[in-house]
Design a protein around this ligand. Sequence first.
Ligand code: FA5
Length: 341
Amino acid sequence: MASLIEEIRALGTQALADIRAAASLEQIEQVRVAVMGRKSRLTQLMRELGALSEDERRKAGMVLNEVKDAVADELKKRRAALEAAARAREIAGQSVDITLPGRARLFGRRHPLVQVRRQIEEIFISMGFSIALGPEIENDFHNFAALNFPDEHPARDMQDTFYLPGGWLLRTHTSPVQIRAMLATTPPLAVIAPGRVYRADADVTHSPQFHQVEGLLVDRRVTLGDLKGVLEAFAHRMFGAQYQTRFRPSFFPFTEPSAEMDIGCVICSGVGCRVCGGTGWLEILGAGMVHPAVFENVGYDPEKWTGFAFGMGIERIAMLKYGINDIRLFFENDKRFLEQF
Ligand code: FA5
């Protein structure tokens, strides 16, 4: 009998040691089965109690119950401790390392032509011009006739027109927006018209589809001096005040007199290089005083109203500003090119 109680106590001591030594939830479950399971020695001893005398059964039963309670208690404590440790490890594994450098985000950019167009718009808007728009598919009246291009006049050959069926054409310049703006309102007015235009023309500085910005100002007693002042201010803001400008006589059917404006070569600063053909000057736009015939075509009295107009290629301005030598770069969507702006 004494040896039975000793065995029970020894089993208990061993079980408690095994429980404390369990290092994981799996191990603690193995220990539980080993010490309390149906096939364990403790369970077997429980069954064997029946064979003892009543007195012995009571004494041994008491010890057995004590040991079982202690073992169950220890199992519960150890399991709770292991679960807490496992949870702590899981949380530690999930923690955010705030010292890691962030992942760089890729940002898109505005196309260089859009950037230049917006700069041009901002400059003229700051001078009081507003933006006017017109369709890319035009008729002969707006693109040519109202702009004083006579029928069969060779001036039409200056602009290699894409004709469409039904008398339509792809506008060859933004000047038709002048006509639309004047037909839509009464003077005074000051508008710029940015937009896409088309010509059957392609080499390193000419593209079949390109962009222009038109300008038109109509008021009383507008002079060539006003035109020069506005365009010079524009050139200085666009390229920098260090560049000189000059006006050369030119011809457009819709302006009289007509001029082309040059700025000092942005590459060689006027010394003469390949880009400016050795002249030291770069042409940046066409301009002139609105031809009286154009005013008549839109119902404005040329005795009462005067005005100036100008037109420039956005690609050309962008190429000069950024030193780009091939117009096709704007349209190839090569990221290495576009990322530079
Ligand atoms: C005109 O188109 C006139 N409408 C400009 C104007 C407006 C003059 C108002 C007077 C008053 P021009 O054909 O020169 O003019 O074209 C103007 C600019 O467009 C040129 O200086 C050039 O920079 C640009 N350009 C012309 N053709 C192309 C092309 N195929 N590709 C890229 N840019 C072009």
